[in-house]
Design a protein around this ligand. Sequence first.
Ligand code: AHR
Length: 320
Amino acid sequence: MTFLRRLALGASVIALACTSAYAADLTVGFSQIGSESGWRAAETSVTKQEAEKRGIDLKFADAQQKQENQIKALRGFIAQGVDAILVAPVVATGWDDVLAEAKEAEIPVILLDRGVDAPQDLYLTSVASDQVKEGRVAGQWLVDTVGDKPCKVVELQGTVGSTPAINRKKGFEEAIADHANITIIRSQTGDFTRAKGKEVMEGFLKAENGGKDICAMYAHNDDMAVGAIQAIKDAGLKPGSDILVVSIDAVPDIFAAMVAGEANATVELTPNMAGPAFDALEAYLKDGTQPEKFIITESKLYTPADNPQGEYDSRKGLGY
Ligand code: AHR
């Protein structure tokens, strides 16, 4: 029986008097995308820590980057009668049926870090960054940095069909739109992984005169940027000066690259999506408080002027 049904039946009235008693009773399914990036690994461990702290029994399912595995996991959680579901949706489309099944079973679903193209009444809330803004912040950094000098940009996109890939591209393009001196000359997916970021950057370098014609590399996440940095070094160029490097996530490795002078800017994405998600869930289950439909996390820009060694030290060990 789901937590909502127990509520409806008026059971466990005494336990309902305090929030920790709610949490202690809760079973939550979490369908995670996989472990494609350092950021993703951190989100997984922060979510597990948050659940443990609150006494929530977290059922974790790793989808190995496949939407079909996520849909299977959601159906499994529904069959088990969990009290709520967290899902980080690998791509935006194809969720309507399974979300409708969760709704029918009265199991609230919370989206973590990525969005879906589905009716909003099929999920309780979405905890994510403003991904268009992230792209805009990255693009604006480049605009401010190059001024009116000509700048040819290569772009490493995230997973095709995912909201961060779609929105971070859009935001960056918006930021450079009025600056004819800045042009994206190549754009390809690196699937948010370090290995593919390196491989795709190698192709860009070969295609663009060994990289001599490239002014900047924009990656939709830091892991792809770190892979690309290696490719730039292998090509005999200096990342961070011969080719500017701007990306998103703010993981420890990008701060290490900044310390080494090999990366220029990153936009922070907090891995703590679970804290706000569990707060919203507990309030909802306690007395029906409806959370905001979109809980937006911050998007702060970091550059080498922002104490990258300190940022590395404070993040290292926090689940990364
Ligand atoms: O959805 C968030 C993105 O997914 C992160 O920026 C990236 O590192 C991850 O794979």
